[in-house]
Design a protein around this ligand. Sequence first.
Ligand code: VGL
Ligand code: ZN
Length: 207
Amino acid sequence: MSNDSHRALVIVDVQNDFCTGGALEVKNGEDVVPIINKISPGFDLVIATQDYHPAGHQSFASSHGKKPMEVMQIHGVDNVLWPDHCLQNHPGSDFHKDLDLSCVKIILRKGMNPEVDSYSAFLENDKKTSTGLDGYLKGMGVRDVYFCGLATDYCVAFSALDAVSLGFHARVILDATRPVDFPPQNNDKMIRTMVSAGVEMIRHDEL
Ligand code: VGL
Ligand code: ZN
């Protein structure tokens, strides 16, 4: 194949609402930005995801008359209800102003269906609806997918887990991620889940 892009970097949700002062603040979320800017030129293909919700999205506590961070069963599984975040056409959903997008070939928006959330860059939370990223990466000859960004224990973790189950070699660049870590210990739990599934944990200086 002519467009052999064996190593892809997926920059997950480095958006204002996940950084300090944002609606769904991840502690020190913006600290990933300089690391990502340093490493992204070293990849054959770079993709950035953007959490991009319509108003009234079902992942919002406000859509259920609940308080943010309450847990509610949706389709029989426990879901954390989030504060309204990453609203379409709102500064909160913009990428962090210092994130260098010059290497980014594709911006993949997700979470746009008002009824179904999408933590993963590959499959929506119904585990059926594809974003198309699997076919795109395979079409580009990618075998190795590296993940960085926000948040470690949600969108990074679910993306990396799907990557492994779709047959990619998945690595999380852990020091280029930050966790929500809610409920308490969730980050440790998700890192263990990823490692058991075959996701490799690395640091950016090991690239
Ligand atoms: C995320 C919760 C809700 C994430 C997105 O990017 O990890 N987490 N929406
Ligand atoms: Zn979201």
